[in-house]
Design a protein. Structure first.
Length: 302
């Protein structure tokens, strides 16, 4: 499993070492990352189709997803609520562009449909000649290389991160409370504790957590991890407007890694520009930590 950790860290680190000042190239990379996510999820669907007696495993997928989502959500919101008790509320700003919540939810539905399309195609493919695991591995390495380039050229400097204690604290609270929820979920499901910690370290990054856990633990648990982090993103979209005024740390932190991209427009609309640097710092740290922690925990035999 340590070789799997190297496969993740090497392209991510290599990409982070590549500076890029061309806006056209960065735009191409951003578009490519979005397309690669769809490709990886499609391959995950094909891999899921190769599971013997798939219908019998659907109950397991949804049960594991529901248990971990519930435990991690409760732990995250409890930890972030305590942080808000110390900080107090913020005053939101008006005038931010209105983002359709339904359009964001539709994007998530599309991701599920991509996996479903992969499952349907997989029914007609022979697993003996269609090397889906190898293709998924290469696609993942390319995705991580591009993500490394994105992170390097996101404009976030180490000094900016260290000088934003609120963002750092939110990321730390999300990490620790997620581990608590993951341990509780593993205990309830009678799973190895290290697997529960891995499940809790996706922080909403569904494409990454799904493919990494699928590669190490099989497509059934990989699909459960994907649904867990996708559902976290959907819940975040619904909760952010309600939580922002009284519990801003909860609103920013529950989105996890998505606070620097997918849920950022919702955060800005609800909390104003003041929360944007905090959200980016928190999401940036969780994005860097996610792949390392997932494979690190999976490498531990518990």
């Amino acid at each position: 499993m340590y070789s799997g950790l190297l496969i993740v860290l090497l392209p991510l680190a290599l990409g982070y070492c590549i500076p890029c000042r061309s806006q056209s190239i960065l735009h191409f990379i951003n578009v490519s990352v979005a397309r690669m996510v769809y490709l990886i999820l499609f391959l995950m669907g094909i891999s899921l189709a190769f599971v013997d007696n798939l219908a019998a495993h659907l109950g397991t997928i949804f049960t594991v997803c529901l248990v971990f989502l519930t435990c991690i959500t409760l732990a995250n919101l409890a930890g972030l609520w305590l942080l808000d008790v110390r900080r107090g509320r913020i005053v939101g700003e008006r005038g931010a562009p209105v983002i359709s919540k339904w359009s964001l939810l539709l994007d998530s539905v599309k991701l599920c449909l991509v996996i479903l399309a992969g499952v349907m195609l997989g029914q007609f493919l022979d697993p003996e000649w269609f090397m889906v695991d190898t293709l998924s591995e290469w696609a993942l390495m390319l995705l991580l290389l591009l993500i490394g380039i994105q992170l390097r050229n996101s404009g976030m400097k180490l000094r900016q991160i260290l000088l934003n204690p609120w963002g750092l604290t939110i990321a730390l609270v999300v990490m620790v409370s997620s581990w608590g929820g993951g341990l509780a979920g593993a205990w309830l499901l009678d799973m190895p504790l290290s697997h529960g910690l891995a499940f809790s370290s996706g922080y909403g990054w569904y494409s990454l957590s799904g493919i990494l856990i699928s590669d190490q633990l099989g497509p059934v648990l990989g699909s459960a991890a994907f649904l867990n982090d996708l559902a976290r993103e959907l819940v975040a979209i619904l909760l952010i407007p309600t939580l922002m005024r009284r519990h801003p740390s909860c609103a920013i932190g529950y989105g996890g890694a998505t606070a620097m991209d997918f849920t950022l427009p919702v955060l800005q609309r609800s909390g104003g520009v003041a929360v944007v640097p905090v959200a980016i710092v928190s999401g940036f740290i969780l994005s860097l930590a996610g792949p390392v922690l997932i494979l690190g925990f999976l490498s531990v035999n518990t």
